[in-house]
Design a protein. Structure first.
Length: 276
């Protein structure tokens, strides 16, 4: 199988990118980067196959955001001009309105009700959530990084009973998302990822499928929904020049973007061949 070759590289405005997504802002598609070194995020319009002028924002400076928020690992769009950021430790989500430059919500990810999951989740605070997809009814799908790789569905407390959301038809990554009024999302379902690579560093939705990125195995994988768990269906190795891949997103024009966790901002965002 041929590797996903790098076709073009771009500079980024922050160090150590750990998450990547696209968002519509003022009806223009933008690329968003977050990092795990500090709480500064960046976004730029995606214009003619490349990012335009970057803007940055330090999330910890915003009113109404948790003071202990940090170590950002993933980001997803929740609606026009809005993104949700996944922080690894403490494990929480923050919703930021880019146009208003405001924190409009935050939620702790609570695993305490499931002892088996809590044991795996708490074993290493640096191996928790690395991928984030947003679904219906305030639910989120978090992909745990490693030891072991897990898919975990969190949702509002009042919809835990009979929660339907473990299947692939939950609108993951495709619908506007709205979190609950309280500040907690609880575990609704979880399972190991079948055929998982050594680790997962990001997740996205493209062409009707869920895709994940692996830093250690240096590949992109397409997932399928099995009877009771997500499974790896196809894998696509990355170009050898891509070091520490941590962010994965696909733009509206079909550009597959991968961001690298590097202190060198030069060329840390690359466009690669689409998986075939």
């Amino acid at each position: 199988m041929s590797r996903l070759a790098v076709r073009e590289s771009f500079d980024v405005p922050i160090d150590e990118v750990s998450g990547l997504c696209t968002v519509s802002l003022e009806r223009v598609e933008h690329v968003v980067v977050v990092g795990d070194r500090d709480t500064t995020i960046g976004w730029a319009p995606w214009e003619q196959g490349r990012p335009g002028e970057w803007r940055t924002l330090t999330v910890s400076d915003l009113a109404d955001c948790p003071e202990d928020a940090g170590q950002f690992e993933a980001v997803a769009t929740s609606g026009e001009g809005r993104i949700v950021i996944l922080a690894e430790e403490p494990a929480l989500l923050m919703e930021v309105d880019l146009a208003e430059q405001a924190c409009v919500g935050w939620w702790h990810l609570d695993v305490t009700a499931d002892r088996r999951l809590a044991k795996r989740w708490d074993a290493d605070e640096n191996s928790r959530g690395e991928g984030l997809l947003l679904g219906r009814d305030g639910q989120v799908l978090v992909v745990k990084e490693k030891d072991p790789v897990l898919t975990v569905v969190f949702g509002p407390v009042d919809v835990v009973e009979g929660a339907p959301s473990t299947d692939s038809h939950n609108g993951w990554g495709t619908s506007p998302w709205s979190g609950p009024r309280d500040h907690s999302l609880v575990v609704q379902a979880w399972s190991p990822l079948g055929g998982a690579p050594a680790d997962i560093s990001d997740a996205t939705v493209w062409d009707g499928s869920v895709w994940v990125l692996s830093d250690q195995d240096r590949l992109v994988a397409r997932l399928e929904q099995g009877a009771d768990a997500w499974l790896v269906a196809d894998t696509f190795p990355l170009d050898k020049g891509i070091a520490k891949p941590e962010g994965l997103a696909v733009t509206g024009d079909g550009s597959v973007l991968i961001a690298m966790d590097s202190r060198d901002r030069t060329g840390a965002l690359v466009r690669v061949d689409p998986p075939r």
